[in-house]
Design a protein around this ligand. Structure first.
Ligand SMILES: [Zn+2]
Length: 297
C-alpha cells in the first residue's frame, strides 16, 4: 500500500499560478556546491561561507572592498587601445576592443584609482579578467606606469591587484615591452622608498607574473589562486615529468617561498592598511610634522 494516493487525476497548474524562484537569487559554490543567497554571497565578499572558496571578482568589487565608503578618484579612465599591428584573427582587433568595451563597460583590462583605505592614502591598480582575459597590452602597461608615477609624485603607497592570462597577443611585442616599462617604473618607486604591495589573485600568469606581480615589497595572494608563468600542460610536456599535487596554487607558491602570505578577502583591507602603516609610517605623521613645524614658526 502506498502512503499517498492521488485522488484527482491530471492536475494541471496554469503558468500564472506556478511558484518559481526568479533567476539570479541564489549562488552555488563551484567548489563545494553549497548554495547561498546572492545577497549573502555578496556580503561575504564573494567567498563561500562553507569552504572559503574565493570567487573571481573585478575592479569594481575590489575598489568597493578597499576604499573607504567606495570613494575614489579614477586615474586615466579614458585610455583606450590602438591597433599598431593591424591585427586580425577571427575579428579585427579594433572591433574586438569595441565589442568588449560594450560588453564589459570597461575601457581596457586595468583600472587605476586613488582613495583611502582605513584613512590611509592608497593608489590601486586593479586588473579586470573579463576584458580579453585580463591580458596586458599597451594600455594596461601605460595605465599602471602612470599610476606608479602618480604614487611617486604624491608620495602615496601603491597597490597592484593582478588577474591576468598574460600578455595580449594582438599587440605582440608592444605587450612584452610593458613588462620592462612597468618594472622600470617600480624600480623608481622603490628608489623613492614608497611601498608597493602586490596582490596576486586567481589567475595570475604569463608576463604579468614575470614582471610587476612579483616585484612587490610584499607579494600576497588570495587562497586557492592559480599563480604561474606557463600553464601546467606546457611545463609537463617540457620537463617530461608529472607535476606535484596542488602545483601553481597560492598555497604551493607560498610554501616554495614566492609569496609572503595568503590573506582571506575579508581580512584584505585591514592587512593592507597595516602594511602601509608599517612600511610608510611617515605618510600620515609627515603631514602632522610639517603642520607642527609651520605652526611653531
Ligand atoms: Zn564552497
Amino acid at each position: 500500500m502506498s502512503w499517498f494516493r492521488r485522488v484527482e487525476k491530471g492536475i494541471v497548474t496554469p503558468t500564472e499560478l506556478k511558484k518559481e524562484t526568479p533567476d539570479g537569487l541564489w549562488h552555488k559554490c563551484p567548489e563545494c556546491k553549497a548554495v547561498t543567497s546572492k545577497a549573502e554571497h555578496r556580503q561575504n565578499l564573494y567567498t563561500c561561507p562553507k569552504c572559503d572558496h574565493h570567487d573571481r571578482i573585478n575592479s569594481q568589487e575590489y575598489f568597493e572592498i578597499l576604499f573607504d565608503g567606495n570613494a575614489f578618484t579614477e586615474l586615466d579612465e579614458n585610455l583606450s587601445s590602438g591597433d599598431p599591428l593591424h591585427f586580425v584573427d577571427t575579428k579585427a582587433y579594433p572591433d574586438r576592443i569595441k565589442a568588449t568595451q560594450r560588453k564589459t563597460n570597461l575601457k581596457d583590462a586595468v583600472r587605476t584609482a586613488h582613495g583611502k583605505a582605513n584613512g590611509l592614502d592608497l593608489v590601486v591598480a586593479c586588473m579586470d579578467f573579463n576584458f580579453i582575459g585580463g591580458s596586458m597590452g599597451s594600455v594596461v602597461g601605460e595605465k599602471i606606469s602612470r599610476a606608479i608615477d602618480y604614487s611617486r609624485q604624491h608620495n602615496i603607497p601603491f597597490m597592484m591587484i593582478s588577474k591576468s592570462g598574460g600578455a595580449r597577443m594582438m599587440e605582440a611585442g608592444f605587450s612584452l615591452m610593458q613588462m620592462a616599462k612597468t618594472s622600470a617604473k617600480l624600480a623608481l618607486l622603490s628608489e623613492a622608498k614608497i611601498p608597493y604591495i602586490s596582490l596576486l589573485t586567481d589567475p595570475t600568469t604569463g608576463g604579468v607574473t614575470a614582471s610587476y606581480a612579483m616585484l612587490g615589497d610584499f607579494n600576497i595572494s588570495e587562497p586557492g589562486a592559480l599563480i604561474g608563468f606557463a600553464g601546467p600542460r606546457v611545463i609537463k610536456e617540457t620537463i617530461g615529468k608529472d607535476l606535484p599535487k596542488g602545483f601553481q596554487s597560492a598555497e604551493f607558491v607560498l610554501e616554495h617561498g614566492f609569496l609572503d602570505f595568503i590573506v582571506h578577502r575579508k581580512a584584505l583591507k585591514d592587512r593592507v592598511a597595516q602594511l602601509i602603516a608599517m612600511l610608510a609610517p611617515e605618510t600620515a605623521p609627515l603631514k602632522e610634522k610639517t603642520a607642527k613645524k609651520s605652526a611653531s614658526k
